[in-house]
Design a binder for this molecule. Structure first.
Ligand SMILES: Nc1ncnc2c1ncn2[C@@H]1O[C@H](COP(=O)(O)OP(=O)(O)OP(=O)(O)O)[C@@H](O)[C@H]1O
Ligand SMILES: Nc1ncnc2c1ncn2[C@@H]1O[C@H](COP(=O)(O)OP(=O)(O)OP(=O)(O)O)[C@@H](O)[C@H]1O
Ligand SMILES: [Mg+2]
Ligand SMILES: [Mg+2]
Lengths: 257, 257
């Protein structure tokens, strides 16, 4: 069965988009078929995959706002890498929250759209914006799993409680099938005190300790460089920390310990 | 006259909160009176200043949502450092966008509240969430200046165009007095190609090149460590890159080159 995974943390800049692009590419490298859905109005996942959507191309905005007309498969783009597809985002998505206020079932728009996808994927990874607004709720309403990148900095750790509360609310009211697959520490720098402090806090916390994945994504400037090249890091420079960490994460996702 | 300065960039994690807290503290060190306003529902500026608001304390949510009753001065807290005051944020602020939909003049709620502040400040610095939603529009509607932290990473540079377009829209329709004081490069790491690439792009771009401030905030893990201690970095460790960069920025703000 397809694994639909939301990647979310309302704290900004913790590595959500990096995780979606690079885990997606690493899974495709292992012969999995992967669909990335970019639900961030800043369309960083679309940009980071080197995709420049022309005028008139279908985006995730169209499939959420306009239920009946669009054939969702038409919005799916092939990336430059085998097995890695994308439904791109668009800046117009920023208006969806307000445009859908008061609309019945607005939290299930993405879920209904994805039910119309006819292509079968092994993994669907969904990037979210840095907030717990309607766009993120739409993603949590349709995903079965959620992967939480946690930058090893204090503010990112502090954001987890609110995120966990929101997930419990979604489970209770909208999507009982949603479960947390794990917390992935990101930007880990073994030279800094703050990284070790936050890892320690994650390991000691009753709510989070059993959800910590084995894989940690280390700080690695090659990951940032690869976004300028519009490539996943494994195709930008395969021999770097970033590439090996995301390949390890893909293995852990396929064969949980 | 008081300088009211918005610190904004819709890209997440670029150093907005770090700028507000640490520039604010450095200005107070130079005998300026400073009010920080935390307009992020994740209340990182409140946390980073070591403030734990008790139940029932007035926050920026109260002064925006409930115009008539609250005396805004009552929401102002003193921090541990002379000359540095704060109007704290609260998680309830996340609902303001939707709660104010359709309300006449909702974009000017913060502006009207600030007009009722009786204490005179030299600087008012306002932290914003990573989006261009109603909360950020409220801040841009009342500020005269905007300071834009730009992480020296590609996505942060890419976010500038949309931000500049939004600012032009606000100037045309809501706040003709708003002007961009400058772009502050952040997380600059002289060892990495990506930092130099982005600096080069900023210097070559017609729209941004004349707005680049002289001061660059270098990457410095002590800044992240100081947030765990709930202190501005100049009071956490005065002899580090972070402290000297923010002191330099304060000097540049007081005496523009
Ligand atoms: N492990 C890492 N090491 C170094 N740089 C990284 C790492 N992961 C991500 N980055 C870079 O740091 C920046 C922030 O990461 P990214 O944009 O993926 O975070 P995000 O959570 O998606 O941000 P937003 O909240 O704005 O959506 C980007 O420039 C990215 O390329
Ligand atoms: N120059 C710097 N060097 C190293 N770390 C920094 C620097 N500036 C900020 N940080 C740290 O990086 C993280 C992101 O910065 P910060 O939270 O200030 O960004 P932000 O733009 O306010 O994020 P958000 O979009 O979530 O509001 C924080 O943990 C912060 O302490
Ligand atoms: Mg992102
Ligand atoms: Mg912030």
């Amino acid at each position: 069965p397809t694994r639909t995974i939301a990647v979310a943390n309302e704290k900004g800049g913790v590595g959500k988009t990096a995780l979606v692009i690079n885990l997606g590419a690493a899974l495709a490298l292992k012969e999995k078929s992967v669909l990335i859905i970019d639900m961030d109005p800043q369309f960083n996942a679309t940009r980071g995959l080197g995709i420049d959507i022309g005028e008139g191309a279908l985006t995730v905005y169209d499939i959420i706002m306009d239920e009946k007309t669009h054939i969702v498969d038409d919005a799916i783009l092939k990336t430059a890498w085998k097995g890695l597809h994308l439904i791109p985002s668009h800046v117009d998505l920023v208006g969806a929250d307000v445009e859908l206020v008061g609309v019945e079932g607005r939290e299930n728009r993405l879920k209904e759209a994805l039910e119309r996808v006819t292509i079968r994927y092994d993994f669907i990874l969904i990037d979210t914006p840095p907030s717990l607004s309607l766009l993120t709720v739409n993603v949590l309403a349709c995903a079965e799993e959620i992967l939480i990148p946690c930058q090893t900095h204090p503010y990112s750790f502090d954001a987890l409680d609110e995120l966990f509360d929101t997930i419990e609310g979604i489970k209770a009211e909208i999507n009982p099938g949603l479960s947390i697959t794990g917390i992935v520490p990101t930007f880990f720098d073994k030279r800094t005190k703050v990284s070790h402090q936050v890892m320690e806090k994650l390991r000691k916390n009753d709510r989070y300790q059993n959800l910590l994945l084995d894989t940690t994504i280390r700080i690695n400037t090659t990951i940032a460089e690869s976004t300028a090249a519009g490539k996943p890091v494994i195709y930008y420079r395969s021999a770097c920390h970033g590439s090996s960490d995301f390949v390890e994460l893909a293995e852990e996702m396929i064969n949980p310990g």
